[in-house]
Design a protein around this ligand. Structure first.
Ligand SMILES: *[C@@H]1O[C@H](CO)[C@@H](O)[C@H](O)[C@H]1NC(C)=O
Ligand SMILES: *[C@@H]1O[C@H](CO)[C@@H](O)[C@H](O)[C@H]1NC(C)=O
Ligand SMILES: *[C@@H]1O[C@H](CO)[C@@H](O)[C@H](O)[C@H]1NC(C)=O
Ligand SMILES: *[C@@H]1O[C@H](CO)[C@@H](O)[C@H](O)[C@H]1NC(C)=O
Length: 411
């Protein structure tokens, strides 16, 4: 257990580097741990804090689990967007300060269903737990449903109009409380019965179910002239694409757009595609002039790594993916070298390491024990079909050594 948790922590340190996108969004990567947690609650909290401190956009899932009662969670206030899901479970704190969270995109869902899952947030043998969802600004969930259940002390979640928040979730993917404890305070009168907490500033603002029929999305008032721009998500303060609270597709320096400015534009007078000096790359839901450090340009997007049919090259100090002619160069270790140091022969346990290799650094060795299998070392016989992997090899820096008899059967 100790080893596992140190490993987790180490992995966390490696991935927790927040990157500032070139349009100055503080972006962090999020996690995918579900309910598994570190055994040490102190470390669990420090890990969460380190991960999200001053993060604005979580490109991944926001998972808040097993945090004990009296922790300072105010750092969560910086988060405005989550691209995956939000999971809040097995905690004992009483308030969740995600006050500026505007949009959950739900590109990944918890249990393949929920973009927001909040459950079992109370101490079993105590009389405390989550009392208030501070999700005052949450007005959009683009994909997926909501699961808010088994929070013994939670107030006001039953007053929330969840249908106004979710874009088009299936009704059986909306599992939300229909009552709360009689000790809960009521919503302030100005909130018309819907609130996230007992204060006047905690009313739920409705941006969908209150719109004129003509709006096909969100609005900032009940009239036809109050429809938001169609690229807006979560609502808006006016009708323009720069008035949106969040963007459905891409944020191009504050304006919501369907597509980032493309690298080439068509000039109808010359009938030619021309280089677009204002081109930007797609980075998550943002358009950026430059991809962040550690990202590579693939066509007009920032990606973590090139797809398998492309290779990474650097041109004018920009790392990009270009298509490989024929097959992509790939150097692999030979038998007895580096990662295959201990191997003596190509066999069924290592043959897959040679898939797509064009160059072998070292030798290729074929012994009878590799081909026919080696019961002593629990190595199965090699499927002769698999030898086709070597078709892609063009260069071997060492030698090919074959120590077998080949029997050919004629029918
Ligand atoms: C929520 O959004 C509004 C704009 O609608 C903004 O004025 C406010 O500062 C945001 N944050 C909180 C904590 O309410
Ligand atoms: C809500 O109602 C259910 C059944 O109607 C009941 O079992 C539960 O105790 C109630 N919850 C609270 C917090 O009052
Ligand atoms: C767009 O991104 C900028 C930062 O680059 C941010 O200040 C702004 O709030 C974002 N707008 C929307 C609608 O998300
Ligand atoms: C080998 O290359 C093919 C085609 O480029 C690709 O689809 C496949 O995923 C690659 N396999 C491995 C193990 O790299």
């Amino acid at each position: 257990m100790k080893l596992a948790s140190s490993l987790c922590y180490f992995a966390f340190l490696l991935t927790s580097v927040a990157v500032r996108g070139s349009d100055s969004q503080q972006v962090c990567t999020g996690t995918e741990n579900k309910l598994s947690t570190l055994s040490d609650l102190e470390q669990q909290y420090r890990t969460l804090r380190k991960y999200y401190d001053s993060c604005e956009v979580v490109m991944g899932n926001l998972e808040i689990t097993s945090i004990d009662r009296s922790r300072d969670l105010s750092f969560l206030r910086s988060i405005r967007e989550v691209t995956g899901y939000v999971l809040v479970a097995l905690n004992q704190f009483d308030y969740l300060p995600l006050e500026n969270l505007r949009i959950i995109r739900g590109t990944r869902l918890y249990e393949d269903r929920y973009a927001l899952a909040i459950f079992l947030n109370y101490r079993r043998d105590g009389n405390f737990g989550l009392r208030q969802l501070g999700l005052n600004n949450l007005t959009e969930i683009l994909h997926g449903g909501v699961y808010v259940d088994k929070n013994k002390f939670l107030c006001h979640a039953d007053t929330i109009h969840w249908q106004d928040i979710v874009k088009n979730a299936r009704s059986d993917h909306l599992v939300v409380p229909s009552n709360s404890s009689s000790t809960c305070q009521r919503c302030q009168r100005v909130c018309n019965g819907r609130c996230w907490g007992p204060k006047e500033s905690q009313c739920q603002s409705l941006t969908k179910t209150v719109c004129a029929e003509q709006c096909d999305g969100r609005c900032f008032g009940p009239y036809v002239s109050d429809c938001c721009h169609k690229e807006c998500a979560g609502g808006c303060s006016g009708p323009k694409d720069t008035d949106c609270f969040a963007c459905t597709n891409f944020n191009d320096s504050g304006a919501c757009v369907t597509q980032c400015p493309q690298p080439f534009v068509y000039n109808p007078t010359t009938f030619q595609l021309e280089h677009n000096p204002r081109a930007k790359y797609t980075y998550g839901a943002f358009c950026v002039k430059k991809c962040p450090h550690n990202f590579v340009v693939d066509h007009s997007s920032c990606v973590r790594a090139c797809p398998s049919n492309k290779m990474e090259v650097e041109e004018n100090k920009i790392k990009m993916c270009i298509p490989c002619t024929d097959i992509c160069p790939k150097a692999c270790d030979g038998i007895g070298t580096a990662s295959l140091q201990a191997a003596q022969t190509v066999d069924s346990s290592n043959i897959d390491r040679f898939i797509n290799c064009t160059k072998i650094n070292g030798n290729l060795v074929f012994l009878i024990t590799g081909i026919k299998g080696d019961a002593y070392h629990h190595i199965e016989a090699l499927d002769p079909e698999k030898l086709n992997v070597f078709r892609t090899v063009r260069e071997i820096t060492g030698k090919i050594i074959i120590h077998i008899y080949i029997y050919i059967y004629f029918i």
